[in-house]
Ligand binder design. Structure first.
Ligand code: ADP
Ligand code: MG
Length: 686
């Protein structure tokens, strides 16, 4: 067999399995070679239980002391094991057959391989792989690591291994194009690397292999990261070939704005504005990510970009992910722009027909130079007079496609600035967002006092209510956020309603108002305005207030059931306070008995206010797939690389990638195609 043979030619691989494998991009034997193990099982030695950690997968050899069947509803079989030096382990079988039950007998020597868990009386394994050595079964002890492959459909691990092995057999007498050869003088060849991954040899450093730190693995990881970045950089290059309007950087409006701004820009803000201006004055379209922590002052940077558009005779559009935020931006942008005689139009889905017509007219005629709105701006009926700049707030609520469709509303490709709600970990900026340029605001405006964060169990609600009274006595305001992960907005609203009633009862004399997703839009806007004007003391909200809201007089944030939210979301919510000069507090209330992951989340929030540190931890805890969401970025499902585990190799991959950008297109395409089945640069022009 040769590597280009279809997988159906493998003995024992039928049409059903072929279809299943085709669906994940595996058509021929070569594709199977690149179906790489994502972890290894290590059965090369026995481990003493006192050396094992919970969560480890280990091989042990012990003696059966007792076997019991629990005749409860769940009907479990328990098998008590012990060994020298007081080792004890409980095997727990939630399902088992008569044969197993008769086979496991007291006094047997048993080998078990499985994950160590902690039960109420000590260490346990559930449904381990096992062998009864004293009954003559073959040992589980292996000479080398066993690769574990990602599975799909109904395919089992042993089948997948057999088929990959068949491809490895075919590799022995074939040659395999190595697209990465130029960089691999000090590294194993492609053939060697694949062999180490699929068939680790006994004499290799098995610990390194198990941790994916072996040079053979590093070689492939770097190659894949390089291919992934290359596909995005190609996309960027293609985009840069499009023509954009050149803005001539002018200072008249900017200087006027500076004069009544009331504060000096931070160094980071100035740097970001300068970077944006360089892009705006080039003839290819800007696509820049503006990152900064909550409260770092991204808005004003966007305002300065708008001024350049306006001064060059173009319109700028600012798009927000929610109605509330769009209103805030309308307010914010108008405050800055109206004194400069710049008119701001406003467009959302909830406007009545006549308002809408009026706004559309201003947009189309060019009467409004800046337009603020929600995704309603995407609708076909919206026509711009001369769109030159698109600013999108809070990146991860939007998909790439939406970005593009707004870009199509301009004659030339408009410049685009994407503002993120919270910082993105550097490893993701370099990989998943490699097609974007990035400006980072890495300092907060001076005079901010960091928010003090405390975690309190839900049982201490009474103390929290006392704290609210104190804060309101000092004329500051309070957010109380209710979190319910329930899918139904009706149930969410109900729970928030109950909390609202409870708070009203316990805070007599204070204005406690409820806002949630089921309240109609006009009412929501009215409530937010009252809160901004200080007419409401305590705002009880579902997570609708998550992004962007800016009320500097609010100094206490209470988050109920905070254990249910992710780090980024909690940090974002906390960022609603600490915006004024008053000392602010964030109280994270939680249901007792926290999971380990939740404990870690609340701990990191208590320890730091640094959004970049929090973003990194978030990536580590949730993984890139969760963070990038539905966006098809390609880094969430790579063949071997993992941006969390392999973050330390990203820079190296980048430097190879930059060299690869100089190569001819065919060579680049070959590298990309080998690693990325869904190459986005193909779609760049659609
Ligand atoms: P975010 O980055 O979270 O979007 P905003 O743009 O909403 O932050 O800014 C938060 C607050 O900080 C606003 O009230 C804004 O006026 C203020 N601000 C922005 N830049 C500065 C600065 N350089 N000095 C003082 N205050 C600033
Ligand atoms: Mg903001």
């Amino acid at each position: 067999m040769t590597l280009s043979d279809p997988i159906i030619s493998i003995h024992g691989l039928g049409p059903k399995a072929r279809d299943t494998l085709n669906a994940i991009g595996i058509y021929n034997l070569e594709h199977l070679l690149f179906h790489l193990p994502f972890r290894y099982q290590n059965k090369t030695h026995f481990t003493k239980l006192n050396k094992a950690c919970v969560g480890d997968e280990i091989l042990v050899q012990l003696t059966i002391d007792d076997v019991q069947i629990i005749p409860s509803r769940t009907h479990q079989m328990l098998c008590y094991l012990s060994g020298e030096n007081g080792q004890r382990l409980l095997l727990r079988f939630f399902h088992f057959n008569q044969y197993q039950r008769e086979q496991l007998t007291r006094g047997d020597i048993i080998q078990c391989f499985g994950e160590v868990k902690i039960g109420k009386d000590g260490l346990e394994m559930h449904h381990p792989e096992y062998r009864l050595i004293s009954k003559g079964q073959a040992t589980l002890l292996d000479k080398t690591l066993s690769p574990i492959y990602p599975l799909t459909g109904n395919i089992h691990q042993p089948q997948m291994k057999k088929w990959v092995d068949a491809a490895m057999d075919a590799l022995k007498n074939s040659s395999l194009v190595d697209n990465f050869e130029q960089f691999t003088h000090s590294m194993p060849s492609l053939k060697q690397a694949l062999s180490t991954l699929h068939h680790p040899q006994e004499d290799e450093d098995l610990d390194k292999i198990a941790q994916f730190r072996h040079i053979a693995q590093q070689r492939l990881i770097i190659e894949e990261l390089c291919a992934q970045q290359l596909s995005l950089l190609k996309l960027k290059e293609q985009r840069k070939q499009k023509i954009a309007n050149i803005f001539t950087i002018k200072d008249t409006l900017s200087n006027q704005l500076h004069q009544y701004l009331g504060f000096d820009l931070t160094k980071a803000q100035q740097r970001s504005i300068a970077e944006i201006n360089v892009d705006l004055s080039s003839n290819h379209p800007m696509l820049r990510l503006l990152q900064g922590d909550v409260g770092s002052g991204k808005t004003i940077v966007a305002v300065f970009a708008c001024l350049q558009a306006v001064e060059n005779g173009f319109q700028a559009v600012v798009m927000a992910p929610t109605e509330i935020l769009a209103h805030q931006h309308l307010q914010g942008f108008s405050d800055y722009l109206n004194p400069l005689n710049i008119e701001v139009a406003f467009l959302t889905g909830s406007q009545n027909a006549s308002t809408r017509r009026e706004q559309l007219e201003k947009i189309q005629s060019g009467g409004a130079q800046v337009v603020v709105g929600t995704h309603a701006l995407f609708q076909e009926s919206v026509e711009f007079s001369k769109l030159g700049l698109v600013i999108i707030d809070e990146q991860h609520k939007f998909g790439v496609h939406q970005r593009l469709s707004l870009a199509q509303k301009a004659h030339n490709t408009p410049h685009q600035l994407v503002m993120t709600a919270t910082p993105i970990p550097r490893s993701l900026t370099m990989s998943a967002y490699a097609d974007l340029d990035s400006s980072i605001i890495d300092e907060l405006p001076p005079g901010r006092t960091p928010v003090q964060t405390v975690a309190l169990s839900n049982e201490r609600k009474g103390e929290v209510i006392d704290k609210i009274k104190q804060v309101c006595d000092a004329n500051n305001q309070v957010y109380w956020v209710c979190t319910l992960i329930d899918e139904s907005e009706a149930l969410r609203a109900e729970s928030a309603t109950n909390t609202h009633l409870h708070l009203q009862e316990n805070l007599p004399g204070l204005s406690v108002v409820l806002i949630h997703g089921r309240i109609n839009k006009d009412e929501k806007t009215a409530i937010m305005q009252q809160f901004e004007q200080g007419e409401i003391n305590v705002l009880v909200a579902t997570t609708v207030i998550e992004v962007g809201v800016n009320v500097p007089n609010a100094s206490l944030m209470v988050i109920e059931n905070s254990e249910r939210l992710g780090l980024a979301q909690l940090h974002q919510l906390r960022g609603r306070v600490g915006r004024g000069s008053d000392k602010s507090i964030c109280i994270l209330m939680y249901q007792p008995l926290l999971s380990r992951n939740a404990t870690q989340r609340l701990d990191i929030l208590r320890k730091t206010n640094d959004g970049f540190a929090i973003a990194n931890k978030d990536l580590e805890l949730r993984g890139p797939g969760e963070i990038l969401g539905t966006q098809q970025t390609g880094v969430a499902d790579m063949k071997i690389a993992n941006v969390v585990r392999d973050g330390y190799l990203i820079e190296k991959a980048r430097s190879y990638c930059e060299q690869f950008m100089q190569e001819d297109t065919i060579k680049q395409q070959a590298l990309i195609l080998r690693w990325i089945s869904d190459d986005k640069s193909q779609y760049a022009n659609t």
